[in-house]
Write a protein of this length. Structure first.
Length: 131
C-alpha cells in the first residue's frame, strides 16, 4: 500500500530507473524549505517545459509533491487529471500558461493554499458549467 504521508527527499525510495526517468525529463525537484515533501518546477527552457506526459511521470512521487510550479509549461486541461492525484499539493503555479482554459472545481476538489494564475486566460468551472 502506498502511503500518502510526505517525506524528506532522502526518505523517498525509488528505483534508479524511476529517478533517471524523472531527471531526464528536465523536471526540477527540490526539497521544501522547513517542511517535508518536494517542490516540482517546470524547466525554464521552452524545449523542456513540462507537458501532460511529464505530470503522468510524476505519479510515482505524487504523495511527496507539496508545490507544483507549471510556469510557462505546456500542460493542458488534461493535466488536471494528474494534478488531482497529488494528495498533499498545497501550492500550484500556472503563470503564463496559455494551454489551459479552465480550472475545474467540484465538491471533491481540494483547495490549495496558494494558486497563481497570472497570465492565464481561463474560466473557473464546476462540473461542465462556468461559475
Amino acid at each position: 500500500e502506498v502511503s500518502n504521508e510526505t517525506k524528506n527527499p532522502d526518505e523517498i525510495m525509488l528505483s534508479e530507473d524511476a529517478w533517471n526517468t524523472l531527471r531526464s525529463s528536465g523536471i526540477r525537484m527540490l526539497p521544501m524549505v522547513g517542511d517535508k515533501g518536494l517542490q516540482v518546477i517546470s524547466s525554464v527552457d521552452p524545449e523542456l517545459a513540462m507537458k501532460d506526459e511529464d505530470l503522468e511521470k510524476l505519479m510515482i512521487i505524487a504523495p511527496q509533491i507539496v508545490s507544483l510550479d507549471l510556469t510557462d509549461s505546456k500542460v493542458t486541461n488534461a493535466g488536471f487529471n494528474f494534478i488531482a492525484k497529488m494528495p498533499n499539493l498545497k501550492k500550484l503555479f500556472f503563470v503564463n500558461n496559455i494551454s489551459i482554459s479552465y480550472l475545474p472545481l467540484s465538491s471533491s476538489s481540494k483547495f490549495y493554499a496558494i494558486v497563481n494564475l497570472i497570465g492565464c486566460n481561463l474560466t473557473l468551472t464546476q462540473g461542465d458549467r462556468p461559475i
